[in-house]
Design a protein around this ligand. Sequence first.
Ligand code: URA
Length: 239
Amino acid sequence: MRLEKYLADCGIGTRSQCKTYIRQGLIKVDGAVIKNGAIKVRGTEKISFQDKSISLQKNLYFMFHKPAGCICATKDEDGKTVLDYFPSSLAGKLLIAGRLDKDTEGLLFLTDNGAFIHQLMSPKKHVEKTYYFEAAGRLLEDAVQRVAEGIDIGDELPTKPGKLQNIQTIGQEAFSGLLTIKEGRYHQVKRMIKTLGGKVFYLKRISIGGINLDEALSPGEYRPLTEEELQMLGTGSVK
Ligand code: URA
């Protein structure tokens, strides 16, 4: 694999940070400074960063089915956090990839690899996240079109084009649907649906970057991400 990707997989930084380290001459392969990140390495070489030997670590990657009622933080004085669902030996190592509101359920990734989180959650990466929602009210007729074009939800910029689909009515005064977005602004789904005529009363994230929440996981359960899922998320896996 390319040297710059190998370095990122070792966890020393994002791909672009690694390119900078290479340009700065901080990386040696078998004792020689290498300034070309495109060279191929097999992992059998002696590779160092600032003269400290580095190697592929075994990282931890989990898919978690977040239940409603817990928060995405490491500590909460009063209530439960997502880390309370993991044994303390793991919880101490894990970082939460992105945030879901306390009352939102669904797919969350946890890992000890900060570069993975950056890759997945940075707005620049445009990773698709799909939410199932139920909302009170009546959806504007042109809602699908508006979401596709991007809508003003009171921020400096309109939302990036998204996808609204599978709209179903629930009785006279409520509706459900799937909303796919490529950003992760504060309360984004709730604010978008509000702009389109509804008040969300149930929200569940069902996929990130093409990885669906495993239906075998009940709320509060987790499992390791598979090699295939990691490849899909573009980690080039380092399990
Ligand atoms: N959008 C929201 O409004 N809340 C979430 O938890 C996630 C996305």
